[in-house]
Design a protein around this ligand. Structure first.
Ligand SMILES: [Zn+2]
Length: 159
């Protein structure tokens, strides 16, 4: 596991897909390499990224020298304007190892949401009332997205 993203800047992240390049040191062979990390996935803009997310291929590091694969623990925001789902993932380990960074990120995320609602709230009540769900595992994020995507299957399963 690699912990990253403490210095990511969440500004402007609510609207579109954004990524950053970070230098990651391979936990196995110590080789340094630049890796692209996603900060935000906009599902409407980049539906293929949602498939990659479901395949657990987002924010994964593969060492070009020794082939070691590791999950990169970095925050990720998922935003889907169609299903009106916004989910922010924070690595649970941040709560222990970087609580100040977590608080700062969380506050900025809330401020971003407010600014977003000020800009687009006139479009719909659902935007004005939208909240960001915070999760601490990627599996939970994926499950929430799938759950929100299949309302029809859900109601059929009940009847
Ligand atoms: Zn390596």
């Amino acid at each position: 596991m690699v912990i990253k993203g403490q210095n990511l800047n969440p500004k402007g992240r609510l609207k579109m897909t954004s990524k950053a390049v970070e230098t990651i040191v391979c936990p196995k062979c110590r080789f340094r390499q630049d890796t692209e990390l996603y900060e935000t996935i906009n599902a409407v803009e980049d539906p293929e990224l949602v498939d990659r997310l479901f395949a657990r291929e987002i924010n994964v590091f593969t060492c070009v020298r020794c082939g070691h694969k590791a999950k990169v623990e970095a925050p990720l925001l998922f935003s889907d304007l169609k299903t009106e789902v916004k989910i922010q993932y924070f690595p649970a380990i941040w709560l222990d190892e970087n609580p100040a960074g977590f608080c700062q990120h969380y506050r900025e995320m809330k401020a971003q949401l407010k600014a977003f609602q000020a800009d687009f709230g006139f479009m719909a009540k659902s935007i004005r009332e939208q909240e960001i769900r915070v999760v601490f595992s990627m599996e939970e994020m994926i499950a929430q997205i799938k759950f929100k995507r299949h309302p029809r299957e859900r109601s059929q399963a009940r009847s």
